[in-house]
Design a protein around this ligand. Structure first.
Ligand code: BGC
Ligand code: BGC
Length: 856
């Protein structure tokens, strides 16, 4: 990295910590000007002239412009508005698409044909045909414009069961290999074509500056240089070469770089948060991937949920229109993120002229598309939205559709590669993914040269991740958060366990699997696989940079193995660097494997040596994120001053240059109460800062030890067993008057951004008797603020005596009156009747056995 670049980064890093005035005192090497008065007044004002001006690779094409203009002329206001609104397949039918002339659909992370996330690829293709047919239907006298379908093919065609899964971007960053990225993009585009879609919301070109952000793994690197080296080649791999005959068609798809801008620059790494950084940091760090993407001809750019200096990007005309379109010559179209427009000041999910007026071309309005559409039609007619702006947005969308050959393409099922589902996991694709895995691994420790292992020995494979394809693949895998899956949902994939089994078999050795470190035959060495559980937006945000305390079983296993003098190879699955000093001390060898996806054979290729003792594959991966010395989560990025990582950006050991790692301090640097997030009750206890209470209105009992007669004897609380001994609490209501169970915190907790998405309050519970009619479940948000939902029917629908996870959508609670920005009681269950209810876990999440339906 050039010295001037690191100078800029120093400013950016300091920013997270200092108040605003200092921000503008932060000088910049590329643009050494004092702040202008305008800057000082409006921290979200842009200066387009200081931004780069990449070359858009298309000349003005008179023939194309003529076609677009001719079509536009024939369109009614309603048809035009239809083009700029995108619905989600879970909330729009083909008949509705036809009626309202919508120009696009998406499948969000949780949406699938027939609501079945495990639907076979054939069903997806059939649905694509249905939407296509609806879009070109002209029976009502309309023009009939082919729709385009957008999907999150984030690491392979990752929504579709059976697809090969490439490592997530955090791992690919470590490979430092643009050619590999081009190949992955090419194959992903082909896979997307098999199900008849023509658009992927990828690549993510975020430059995460705070690893606590739950989407850090979607970024290639904290370093803009690494991101820039990948963005353009990936876009070309997806879309093809601008000007070539099969650009955007044939085996190619439309790409969307995202999320513009500084999604990875938000304060404290908060998802959808606010990037409080100077304009030069936006330009030099966060914009790095957009320049090569535009030069590669990226056709769409997704605008970020997040804000810049307090202003939501989706409504920031300066950034979208003045910088991106005018200064940076982006001539494709912009698409919003999931309901993101509703977060702009003055907007709701139903109405937001502000977004299109700021330069947004297509609204992602998954579930509110109809109201938004109807309001937009009115707003165009009453000139709130100028016709020129609507025409410009539609022109941009139509241009892309023409370039993609949509008007000649025919139905999705009749296009190149459609229905070739065998490709989704073809041997060549798996081989490419396996090669990618090899290149993403970063070796952090190899004391005594334990690695590479001889394959003719007896190996124990253990830990929660040993045979766990879901953990191995992370979020945005089949389901949105990547949760709720078993190995059976990954046909043909290889876990670490199956890879080790194959490697030792081929090498004349043997292997055994156990989740808890036990073994039948004493192993020569053990491979312990552990790490983060899958997550995506919201849920992956951390307060501190470590595994939650409830996920430390591997430490016990490693200690036990150390006592038994069995050498340990540790493999971490994670979406980011974590504080791992204890694990690094306990293991002789340690590999950061990120989220490798479906082909763990790439791991054993590197871990095991050849029969003749020679190295099979050496490690080549280099850290693309700095590795922390403690767990505080203080932003740590290359180029920052001071910069004191445990392992620096670019670090990665090899067999060729052996080295020893000395014992590390085991002080995490963080207060213990910060160790939990999004979890309110677990393992029989409320989780800090929450406490459990039972009240009868007059008398309140804080529940610490059980059994106890609480609330003046009205509710008996005892311990019950769910998964382990006494991990649940049972509440038996006498039925002689109103009583409530409450999970309360002293302060308030902000769940507003979770409530805007599809996050739920998950209660793992059991009932042991008939349910009274008056049970309600709700949340409180301070004095005079609360909301609750009827809960009796849901409870009754759960078989007595059976543990089940009930999901209560936060958005329903919000509708019921909860102000999610200041929750002080995360769970309130109330009844005057004879209730017999137990729960073992209460948390935020997205996977439930049963979901409460929103009333009304
Ligand atoms: C995410 C995007 C994604 C979109 C559609 C959003 O919530 O932020 O990255 O493309 O949903 O699933
Ligand atoms: C969708 C995701 C989307 C998220 C945003 C989910 O239901 O499946 O694609 O990103 O909601 O809230």
């Amino acid at each position: 990295m050039s010295p001037s670049m690191s100078h800029v980064r120093n400013c950016g890093a300091a920013l997270a910590l200092v108040p605003f005035l200092l921000i503008f005192g932060c000088k910049d090497a590329n643009n050494d000007k004092p702040p202008t008065p305008a800057q000082a007044e409006d921290p979200a004002a842009v200066h387009p002239e200081i931004w780069p001006s990449p070359k858009w690779p298309f000349e003005k094409d008179a023939a194309l412009e003529e076609k677009v203009a001719a079509l536009l002329k024939k369109m009614t206001v309603e048809e035009k508005v239809g083009q700029v609104v995108q619905g989600d397949i879970a909330s729009i039918t083909p008949a509705e698409m036809k009626k309202y002339h919508l120009g696009s659909v998406l499948n969000g992370g949780s949406s699938a044909p027939g609501n079945d996330e495990l639907a076979p690829p054939k069903k997806w293709l059939e649905l694509a045909d249905e939407f296509y047919a609806a879009s070109i239907d002209t029976s009502d006298g309309g023009v009939g414009i082919p729709m385009i379908w957008g999907t999150d093919a984030m690491h392979g065609h990752s929504n579709i069961i059976g697809s090969v899964l490439f490592p997530h971007n955090v791992g690919l960053g470590a490979a430092r290999n643009p050619k590999l990225l081009a190949e992955i993009a090419r194959v992903t585009a082909e896979d997307v074509r098999t199900t008849g879609f023509e658009w992927t919301f990828a690549p993510t070109v975020t430059v995460p500056q705070d690893d606590r952000w739950g989407r850090a793994y979607e970024g290639y690197s904290e370093d803009p240089g690494v991101v820039a080296s990948y963005a353009g080649v990936f876009v070309k791999g997806l879309q093809g070469e601008p000007g070539s005959p099969d650009f955007l068609s044939g085996h190619h798809v439309i790409s969307s770089t995202k999320h513009f801008l500084a999604d990875g620059g938000t304060e404290n790494g908060r998802d959808q948060g606010d990037a409080k950084v100077p304009e030069t940091t936006l330009r030099d760090i966060h914009n790095a991937g957009y320049v090569p993407a535009i030069e590669a001809g990226v056709q769409t750019i997704m605008i970020s949920f997040s804000s810049w200096n307090g202003v939501k990007n989706t409504g920031n005309k300066g950034l979208i229109t003045d910088v991106l379109k005018k200064r940076m010559n982006f001539d494709g179209f912009t698409v919003g993120d999931w309901n993101a427009y509703s977060q702009i000041e003055g907007c709701t999910t139903d109405s937001c002229p502000q977004a299109i007026n700021a330069g947004l071309d297509m609204y992602m309005a998954p579930d509110h598309w109809l109201a938004l559409y109807e309001n937009l039609v009115k707003q165009v007619k009453d000139k709130t939205v100028p016709m020129e702006r609507l025409d410009d947005a539609v022109t941009r969308i139509l241009r892309v559709k023409f370039r993609a050959g949509m008007f000649e393409a025919g139905p999705p099922s009749k296009r190149a590669l459609a229905g070739e589902f065998k490709m989704l996991a073809a041997p060549e694709q798996r081989a490419l993914a396996r090669d990618a895995v090899r290149q993403t691994l970063v070796l952090l420790k190899n004391n005594g040269g334990l690695l590479p292992l001889a394959a003719n020995k007896h190996v124990l494979v253990t830990g929660e991740g040993a045979d766990n394809l879901s953990k191995q693949s992370g979020g945005w895998t089949i389901t949105w958060q990547g949760t709720g899956l078993t190995n059976a949902n990954f046909p043909g994939a290889t876990s670490v366990w199956s890879a080790v089994k194959a490697a030792t078999k081929a090498g004349g050795g043997s292997a055994e699997l156990s989740t808890d470190g036990a073994y039948k035959k004493k192993p020569d060495y053990a491979i312990v696989v552990f790490g983060e559980n899958p997550y995506a937006e919201f849920q992956g945000d951390l307060k501190v940079q470590t595994l939650p305390g409830s996920m430390n079983q591997h430490l016990d296993i490693m200690k036990k193995l150390a006592d038994e003098k069995i050498p340990v190879v540790a493999i971490l699955f994670s979406g980011r660097p974590l504080w791992q000093n204890r694990e690094l001390n306990l293991a002789q060898a340690y590999v950061a494997a990120w989220l490798p996806g479906s082909e763990a054979g790439g791991i054993t290729d590197v871990l095991f040596r050849k029969k003749d003792g020679a190295v099979n594959y050496d490690f080549t991966g280099k850290l693309s994120y700095s590795w922390p010395r403690d767990a505080t989560g203080t932003p740590l990025n290359v180029g920052q001053e001071p910069y004191d990582p445990l392992f620096a950006f670019g670090f990665g050991m090899t067999y060729a240059a052996p080295a020893e790692l000395a014992a590390l301090s085991e002080d995490s640097g963080i207060p213990p109460e910060l160790l939990s997030t999004g979890l309110f009750f677990d393992k029989g206890q409320p989780v800090q800062p929450w406490s459990l209470r039972v009240s009868n209105g007059a008398e309140t009992t804080r529940i610490s030890s059980v059994p106890v007669e609480s609330a003046g004897g009205r509710v008996k609380v005892t311990a019950v067993d769910d998964q382990v001994q006494e991990d649940g609490r049972r509440f038996v209501f006498a039925g002689d008057g109103k009583a409530t169970i409450e999970i309360v915190s002293e302060g308030t907790v902000d769940m507003a951004h979770e409530a805007r998405g599809d996050v739920m309050l998950l209660v793992r519970l059991r009932r042991d008797a008939d349910v009274p009619k008056d049970v309600t479940l709700g949340m409180n948000c301070g004095a005079g603020c609360s909301g609750s939902l009827p809960f009796s029917d849901t409870l009754s629908s759960v078989a007595a005596g059976k543990w089940q996870t009930i999901g209560v959508p936060l958005k329903c609670l919000r509708k019921a009156g909860v102000d999610a920005s200041k929750v002080n009681e995360a769970l309130v269950i109330e009844s005057a009747g004879k209730l017999d209810l137990s729960f073992s876990q209460v948390k935020l999440g997205s996977m439930a056995d049963k979901t409460v339906t929103c009333p009304g």
